[in-house]
Design a protein around this ligand. Structure first.
Ligand SMILES: Cc1cc2nc3c(=O)[nH]c(=O)nc-3n(C[C@H](O)[C@H](O)[C@H](O)COP(=O)(O)OP(=O)(O)OC[C@H]3O[C@@H](n4cnc5c(N)ncnc54)[C@H](O)[C@@H]3O)c2cc1C
Length: 467
């Protein structure tokens, strides 16, 4: 039983007064897309009572104050590309959809920063930075659809995290509406700061439970001058993943190191309808390098070729980059096209444990008659395992999946890993968060939540339960 009130007609009238009638949606057909994110399992889907589209931070603040006064839950939502059900309105209530706050407000090429509204699409941010002669380093595979506010809220990673870090490393400051409705700017355009708690860092990764992000000040970098992709093909998974530390120790600092197992390669081929090299038996390690000059790039490529060949690569190619990245980025959609009965995992393990972990996760899936597809942001130990139904009867799937999860997470924690490297806990992994987290840390997190959101209005039912 939740302690929240339903959204009354009085609340609807007040919402219309705040954001205007055109920005309040009640039609069930139009509400439906907001009942889920990219997780296909209907057990995690919940309908909102109303969706609102604020156009300014002051409107967001008024909505939050109204929700507190009326004891109605609020769920911030970006593009809904999440894979943890973080934007699902578990208790109904109001979904605050950020898509109309999508402006790029300022690009300062001189001082190398940009200010964008939370609903700006990540790809648009990348493009705008590029047009200003600079570079935005954040690069989640969902970049063509997700929003920068969602990236900050989940601390999204992506392909370039090995070199440039995750979203929290790209952000100078956040404008946030607190769970009680104040507007504040956390952080600042500073290279360093030891002035109190780094609250902007607390918001990043809090999955919309501690504040609604309305504006983001992003760091911009010099554009990499020369970029090259290399495709290393291995017949042995251990060697394909083992190359990550070999490259790191050689001081080659690649910008991306992505892994695709052979099943994931075949799945991507089916989805993109594009033939990929060595698809019969190969596993891929996709390496992107950056260089100060063509010569520098060629030296690095030659060094990688030599190291990869010495470490068991069956081929090292300069691939059709667009095609290889299409295949890598299509992973989640390719799995979805195979079957809706699947679960996408996002475990993260110490980098040196990855080869053993990928083998063990596959073994666990097979033991339970499920099928595994694996890609990974190999450079940072983040394994995206898709568990597909395989030979498990549909009516047994929920229980069997639960057993698979337990086996997987027991193993992952035994080697020093965690539940999520970048997608977050959301609603989907909340149960496991409670099982595997240190109780002291859960108590600290609950204390923060209660202190900032005394009425538990903001995105309830996510990450952990408070009551
Ligand atoms: C094909 C595919 C590829 C993907 N690749 C990657 C990847 O490489 N790396 C990665 O990290 N993730 C990846 N994801 C997951 C997802 O795209 C990211 O988590 C992304 O950051 C979510 O952004 P969004 O705008 O869609 O947020 P949503 O899905 O709408 O919301 C995600 C969470 O953020 C909260 N939130 C959203 N906006 C705000 C806001 N303005 N203020 C406060 N809270 C907010 C929501 O409440 C929710 O908890 C992928 C997903 C898909 C489908």
């Amino acid at each position: 039983m939740s302690h929240y009130n339903p959204v009354s007609s009085g609340v609807i009238d007040k919402l219309k007064a705040i954001v205007g009638e055109r920005n309040v949606v009640l039609d069930p057909d139009k509400l439906h897309p907001y009942s889920h994110d990219e997780v296909t399992d209907p057990r995690y889907h919940h309908m909102p009572e109303v969706v609102v589209y604020p156009e300014a931070a002051a409107q967001v603040a008024d909505i939050v104050k109204l929700a507190n006064a009326e004891l109605v839950p609020l769920v911030p939502r970006g593009a809904g590309t999440g894979l943890a059900c973080g934007a699902v309105p578990v208790y109904g209530g109001i979904v605050v959809a950020m898509e109309k706050m999508n402006k790029i407000l300022e690009i300062n090429a001189e001082a190398m920063y940009m200010v964008v509204e939370a609903g700006a699409r990540t790809e648009e941010v990348q493009k705008a930075a590029g047009e200003a002669g600079l570079f935005y380093a954040g690069d989640p595979c969902s970049g063509d659809s997700c929003f920068i506010g969602g990236n900050a809220a989940t601390n999204a990673g992506g392909n370039r995290a090995i070199k440039y870090g995750t979203t929290r490393d790209q952000v100078y400051a956040l404008e946030v509406v607190t769970p009680t409705g104040e507007i504040t700017t956390l952080g600042g355009r500073l290279r360093k700061c030891s002035t109190g708690y780094p609250l902007e860092q607390l918001i990043m990764g809090s999955e919309g439970t501690l504040g609604i992000i309305t504006k983001v000040t992003l760091k911009l970098l010099a554009k990499p001058r020369h970029v090259m992709d290399l495709l290393l093909v291995f017949s042995d998974i251990d060697k394909a993943i083992g190359i990550v530390l070999v490259l790191a120790k050689a001081g080659l600092a690649p910008a991306c190191v992505e892994f695709m197992d052979n099943n994931a390669i075949k799945s991507a081929e089916q989805f993109t309808k594009e033939k990929l090299p060595y698809d019969e038996a190969g596993h891929y390690t996709i390496v992107q390098i950056e260089g100060a000059s063509e010569e520098d790039l060629e030296d690095k490529a030659a060094a990688i070729d030599e190291l990869a060949s010495a470490n068991g690569a069956m081929a090292v190619l300069v691939p059709d980059s667009a095609k290889i990245w299409r295949a890598r980025k299509a992973f989640a959609e390719a799995v979805r096209a195979e079957t809706l009965i699947h679960s996408n995992e996002d475990v993260v393990v110490p980098v040196d444990k990855m080869p053993e972990a990928i083998r063990e996760l596959d073994r666990i899936c097979r033991k339970h008659n499920a099928v595994a597809r694996t890609v990974s942001h190999a450079g940072d130990g983040n394994i995206h395992l898709s568990i597909l139904q395989g030979a498990i009867p549909e009516d047994e799937w929920p229980d069997r999946l639960s057993e698979i999860h337990r086996d997987i997470f027991d193993y992952v924690y035994s080697i020093g890993g965690k539940l999520s490297g970048e997608h977050g806990i959301g609603y989907k992994r909340k149960q496991w968060m409670e099982t595997y987290s240190d109780p002291v840390q859960l108590t600290m997190m609950r204390a923060v939540k209660r202190a900032l959101d005394p009425k538990l209005i903001l995105n309830p039912g996510k990450i952990f339960d408070v009551e």
